[in-house]
Design a protein around this ligand. Structure first.
Ligand code: AGP
Length: 607
């Protein structure tokens, strides 16, 4: 969704802003704009559409050294030139960019209109800009502070003023902001990717903080003006990780990175010698965790599918009753959180609004909360009582791939960590951990046969309806395979527990309809073979995902994509890979913009 970048220093700001905005493009946006401070004026240029449209109307030779840039994903008001950020107050002196939502926008808009202020856009952001303008009496920081006292909702903002060149005021509540520390320059951004080309030293802003940023200094205070001392931290991501490095798309790069990403995720966490697991983030709450009577996993989208695998893993390895809840439902349905409930929020970005709110709700009701998050320092990571990072590196492609497998790996680690402290035997834990350690290499083996998935994808890419079937641990993978296909290729796809097909969806099956069936070796193999027969009898074309060495399946299915053998609870880590590849190649074949699918944003930071 929306992205923020700001620069103050000694270099021309504009190229830095444009490059930063380009790095934010992956988040999804529909308009863009910049504001630069210049000798007593603020110059704003903005337009609907891609960054390239904005570049055409910008004076690329501009030399101003303070500026802010924004990529907007429309919420309040259509994606038009006028609604694009930055927004200004009525004097034109102040310019503001904003991520988040001002909830009392209507009341403030009415108040401003009563004061004779003419608002030009439909956005909540302009309302905030005008409020800052009302309070401005020569001290921008003070005016921002005053205005924010009047505002309810969420914001990450960067503000500049014509009368204070060389100053950016940033503030955060519920929408991430980091400050990049350079030599004689500072940057502010909503995402580390925007500033990594300049510095990896950052300060993470917390909710309720305001920063006054100049080329030489960052001064942080609370909303009530109490000084705050912050730690400078190192972003662990490299520039190379956020670049295509020869791949056609980030999605393909991230699919192919999974062996290395999962090695990284497992590094230092498992001991094959004695089957033990080390999760530094859980040390302080291990006793409380072990006493848990109930676990609730909460997440959205792909993370929800990973959480569903987690539910099965937790119940099997720990025998603690576990449920998986859509974060958006959990937060609004008066959930029962009793003594002994542990709530685990699963999120790649750590910024998904529904998941963050579900975590806050759980915390407020007294649950012990954990975060299973990829982005270090993100909102969910900071809000949870404890947690485990994925460490799979930045995920830029909107379609989540390596984060899914990373989430499943981390949930498997937590489940066996807890399981060992409950009833899981040392031998069983050792076997499980050894199987887990083999997974990265096994994914590498699957990726050696990309062409098989590619040819299936190309063959069926013109079909508008697909079914995905799985049982047990592979049921969540069926859901994930269907989601991957629909979000990037715009093909309608439905994932189902295979046995549910006969309760209705079987009516959809017709001659040549692609039905992907995850039919790996395991306790339900015979049953899934019967499901395949039911599909084929009705003319469906079966694409089976099977375990290497299974010759029988080739007689039952139209196409077979093989994955190596592993223990049943870890099969999702392997069966997900061919489904990611099918979705990718189908979308490419249909000419879709794989990394920036229509209507989607990488992190959904609004409800
Ligand atoms: C997955 O491909 C999607 N883009 C989406 O479902 C995503 O997983 C969901 O929005 C949750 O995001 P998060 O993991 O960053 O919280």
């Amino acid at each position: 969704m929306c992205g923020i970048i700001g620069y103050v220093g000694n270099r021309p700001a504009l190229p830095i802003l444009i490059e930063g905005m380009r790095r934010l493009e992956y988040r999804g946006y529909d308009s863009a704009g910049v504001a630069l401070v210049d000798q007593g004026t603020v110059g704003v240029t903005k337009s609907a559409g891609r960054l390239s449209v904005l570049e055409q109307i910008l004076d690329l030779t501009a030399t101003q050294t303070t500026g802010i840039g924004h990529t907007r994903w429309a919420t309040h008001g259509a994606p038009t030139d006028v609604n694009a950020h930055p927004h200004q107050d009525c004097t034109g002196k102040i310019a503001l960019i904003h991520n988040g939502i001002i909830e009392n926008e209507r009341a403030l808009r009415t108040y401003l209109q009563q004061q004779g202020v003419t608002l030009t856009s439909e956005t909540d952001t302009e309302v905030l800009a005008q409020m800052i303008g009302r309070f401005y009496e020569g001290d921008l920081e003070h005016a921002v502070r005053q205005a924010l006292h009047e505002v309810s909702g969420t914001y990450g903002i960067a503000v500049i003023c014509a009368d204070e060149p060389g100053v950016i005021i940033a503030a955060r509540k519920g929408s991430p902001l980091i400050i990049g520390i350079g030599k004689g320059e500072h940057l502010v951004a909503s995402d580390a990717a925007a500033i990594l080309a300049h510095t990896s030293q950052v300060v993470y802003m917390d909710d309720g903080e305001i920063a006054r940023i100049t080329a030489d200094q960052v001064r942080m205070t609370t909303l009530d003006a109490t000084p705050v001392t912050k730690k400078i931290e190192e972003v662990e991501w490299s520039l190379e990780q956020i670049e295509l490095t020869g791949y056609d798309h980030f999605m393909l790069k991230e699919i192919c990175e999974q062996p290395a990403a999962l090695e990284n995720c497992l590094r230092g966490r498992i001991d094959l010698g004695d089957g033990s697991i080390h999760l530094g983030g859980l040390v302080d709450c291990t006793r409380e965790l072990t006493r848990a009577k109930r676990i609730i996993l909460t997440a959205c989208g792909t993370a929800w599918h990973a959480a569903l695998v987690g539910e099965y893993l937790f119940e099997e390895l720990t025998r603690i009753p576990t449920e998986t809840e859509y974060a958006s439902e959990f937060r609004y349905r008066n959930p029962i959180i009793d003594d002994g409930t542990v709530v685990i929020a699963v999120s790649q970005s750590g910024e998904t609004a529904d998941t963050a709110a579900a975590l806050a709700e759980a915390k407020q009701r007294g649950a012990l909360t954990l975060g299973v998050v990829n982005v270090v320092g993100s909102t969910i990571a900071r809000a949870a009582d404890a947690g485990v990072y994925l460490h799979v590196g930045p995920e830029i492609g909107v379609a989540s791939t390596k984060a899914f497998t990373g989430q499943v790996v981390v949930l498997a680690l937590i489940a066996s960590y807890l399981g060992r402290r409950k009833h899981l035997s040392a031998t069983a834990a050792e076997q499980f951990i050894s199987a887990l350690a083999r997974i990265p290499h096994q994914i590498g083996e699957i990726l050696e046969h990309v062409d098989a998935a590619k040819s299936v994808a190309q063959r069926y890419a013109d079909r508008e309806n697909w079914l995905y079937l799985g049982r047990g641990y592979n049921y969540p993978v069926a859901l994930e395979g269907a989601l991957k296909l629909k979000e990037i290729s715009y093909i309608h796809a439905e994932g189902l527990p295979a046995a549910e097909m006969k309760h209705g969806p079987i009516a959809l099956i017709h001659e040549g309809m692609p039905v992907v069936v995850i039919a790996t070796a395991g306790t339900q193999y015979d049953k899934i073979i019967s499901n395949i027969a039911q599909v084929r009898t009705r003319g469906g074309s079966v694409i089976a995902i099977a375990t290497e060495g299974d010759r029988q399946i080739a007689e039952q299915a139209d196409h077979v994509l093989y994955v190596p053998d592993t223990v049943e609870p870890l099969q999702p880590l392997l069966t997900a890979i061919p489904l990611q590849l099918i979705a990718y190649y189908a979308a490419v074949h249909r000419g879709c913009n794989v990394d920036k699918p229509r209507n989607l944003a990488k992190s959904v930071t609004v409800e």
